[in-house]
Design a protein around this ligand. Structure first.
Ligand SMILES: NCc1[nH]cc(CCC(=O)O)c1CC(=O)O
Length: 316
């Protein structure tokens, strides 16, 4: 594609089964649709090594992304494939998201061997999740539930469920489906009842800002409705500080140039506090109008008392 670049695109990826599936998926699409040869460079990131503590306490989303960016910077790789949900709201200078692929099922999944959905859980049942967003929304649905931390990659989390540590766990449907584990899903949460995380189910392709040739080639992979929806979702998060220690949910759907955006904010210091919610809709033509709707949603959360929730969470 560019005489100064080798003709094999090296893709930096984490080494979890899900990350490898996602990187292989992009490699195969590069070959099939763009006739580009690609190979994977597997890397262990700091986020993968920390399994005992909640991510929100040790530095958050950036942990999964930084090592891959170093590989792009060094020229060991040209492309990094990420779960968009794990990508910080603002990339470091010199990096861009060249494309966001059409998203998989964005919803959260209820996984349990004994219970068919969250409503069927007995009083005081134990549910595993370390996501503050899932905690506050589960508490809103079922204040009686006992929610226990659950970390690790998808296989680890399913094993911990199977070992009997929890009555149920909540995971992203997208990851389970990609790994052929869709049969473990007992129920999917309606996306208004359990609003997904910004970017959930979508893949982001990160490259060096100065890699004009690859940026140009990857434009073919941009799925416009997903691009617009996730830019709105990420704008909500950015406007509220962008940290994964904030129990924030943001989910948008774009159809025929119209976006509907649902957001919810909980209180990390006291997950039993009522959720703040907003729903906005409007026409979206481009990234700027999508982000403006996201900013308007964040402003509505602030008007409802969101600043006090954010301050309480930051102090906790
Ligand atoms: N936070 C980890 C993470 N990052 C992306 C996914 C799932 C796949 C996706 O959302 O694209 C998961 C697992 C989960 O939340 O259950």
């Amino acid at each position: 594609m560019n005489s100064s670049q080798p003709d094999t695109v090296v893709i930096a990826t984490r080494e979890s089964r899900l990350a490898l599936w996602q990187a292989e998926h992009v490699r195969d699409r590069l070959a099939a649709e763009l006739s580009l040869k690609a190979e994977l460079l597997g890397m262990t990131t700091r986020g993968d090594q920390i399994l005992d503590r909640s991510l929100s306490k040790v530095g958050g989303k950036g942990l999964f992304v930084k090592e891959l960016e170093t590989a792009l910077e060094d020229g060991r790789a040209r492309l990094a494939v990420h779960s968009l949900k794990d990508v910080p709201m603002d990339l470091p200078a010199g990096f861009v998201l060249a494309a966001i692929l059409e998203r998989e099922d964005p919803r959260d999944a209820f996984v349990s061997s004994r219970y068919e959905d969250v409503d069927a859980l007995p009083q005081g049942a134990c549910v595993g999740t370390s996501s503050l967003r899932r905690v506050v929304q589960l508490k809103a649905l079922r204040p009686d539930l006992r929610i226990e931390p659950l970390r690790g990659n998808l296989d680890t989390r399913l094993r911990k469920l199977d070992e009997g540590g929890y009555d149920a766990i909540v995971l992203a449907a997208a990851g389970l489906k990609r790994l052929g584990l869709g049969e473990r899903i007992r129920a999917v949460f309606n996306e208004q009842r359990m609003i997904p995380a910004a970017g959930q189910g979508a893949l982001g392709l990160e490259v060096r800002e100065d890699d004009a040739a690859l940026r140009q080639a990857l434009q073919a992979f941009i799925h416009t409705p997903t691009w617009l929806a996730t830019h709105a979702e990420r704008a909500v998060s950015r406007a509220l500080g962008g940290s994964c220690s904030v129990p924030l949910a943001a989910h948008a759907v774009v159809t025929a140039g119209q976006m509907q955006l649902d957001v919810a904010l909980g209180n990390a210091a006291d997950p039993s506090q009522p959720l703040l919610r907003a729903r906005l809709s409007g026409p979206v033509a481009d990234t700027a109008t999508a982000e403006a709707l996201g900013q308007a949603a964040a402003a509505q959360l602030r008007q409802q008392g969101g600043d006090a929730y954010l301050a309480a969470g930051a102090a906790a």
